[in-house]
Design a protein around this ligand. Structure first.
Ligand SMILES: *[C@@H]1O[C@H](CO)[C@@H](O)[C@H](O)[C@H]1NC(C)=O
Length: 272
């Protein structure tokens, strides 16, 4: 049974995700900053076969790959989930420090740790620079608005981390073809509260105007982690297809939401 390192453990998606992972008899170490939230996290383990523990640690203090590695060395996870983020709130510097820099340090250290076999990062639907063939003009306009006016710092920071994860996954596959490693980028559109609808649009999603509940995002993250054939980018909104059917369809058909993004340019950019 795997040990999961959950970064950003008190985020709303993470709070939904934790009990799902524990129900699989996986152990979860939830990284949170505020000791006042410890009891909330531990309560998620009530009646679950997996064991939840809390690691009090601030991602604001993760200033290098070595800092991230120290967390991995302590927790010794097989799976790493990045559900942290400044959420586009607060000073732009904090968005870059967490969503971009700390995320990249955890991506680097996870790929550098042979015992880690899955890395799932929660990004967002608008995190792309090249219009995918399946996007409508309307959807692409909205993406460009998000970059220019909606959440420019958040878009830049998240895309930087996404590119780094994508580039590292590509070079790792080339250099270590026998290594078992799933690099998963889960990319929900506008997040809303409210109960799961259990129905989604996953993969080549066209209706960018939609939204998705945080609980549905958590369910999809759980399903993607539970399979050994899920890799790449997964765009996600609420939609018409039951979650398990959508995940089965997208995974078995190897549908990747990366579109025409230039992975070679990403590899070059980071000197990998
Ligand atoms: C999960 O936690 C239980 C209880 O502490 C422990 O016995 C078990 O070895 C742990 N499993 C892993 C994979 O760490």
């Amino acid at each position: 049974m795997p040990q999961v390192l959950l970064l950003g453990g008190h985020g709303k998606i993470a709070l939904h995700l934790t009990p799902l992972l524990l129900a699989r008899s996986w152990n979860v170490t939830s990284v949170i900053r505020n000791a006042e939230h410890e009891a909330d996290i531990l309560a998620l383990g009530n009646g679950k076969p997996g064991k939840v523990s809390v690691l009090l640690s601030s991602l604001d203090d993760v200033k290098s790959q070595a800092d991230a590695q120290a967390v991995l060395d302590k927790v010794k996870p097989e799976y790493v989930v990045w559900a942290a983020g400044a959420g586009g709130k607060g000073a732009p510097q904090r968005t870059y420090a967490i969503d971009q820099d700390a995320a990249k340090y955890f991506i680097a250290s996870s790929f550098a740790t042979p015992s880690v076999t899955k890395f799932l990062l929660i990004s967002h639907l608008g995190s792309r620079k090249v219009k995918p063939a399946w996007f409508s003009e309307e959807a692409w306009k909205r993406t460009q608005w998000l970059w220019a006016e909606g959440l420019p710092d958040y878009c830049k920071a998240k895309y930087e981390a996404d590119q780094y994860q994508t580039a590292l996954a590509a070079v790792t596959k080339k250099r270590e073809p026998s290594r078992k490693f799933q690099s998963i980028s889960l990319r929900p559109g506008t997040l809303i509260d409210g109960p799961a609808t259990k129905k989604i649009a996953l993969g080549h999603v066209t209706a960018v105007e939609g939204s998705v509940t945080r609980e549905d995002v958590a369910i999809v993250a759980d399903r993607l982690l539970a399979r050994d054939d899920t890799e790449g980018w997964f765009d996600l909104l609420n939609g018409d297809e039951p979650i398990d059917e959508a995940v089965e369809r997208v995974a078995s058909q190897k549908i990747d939401s990366i579109g025409d993004e230039d992975v070679d340019a990403m590899i070059k950019k980071f000197g990998l």
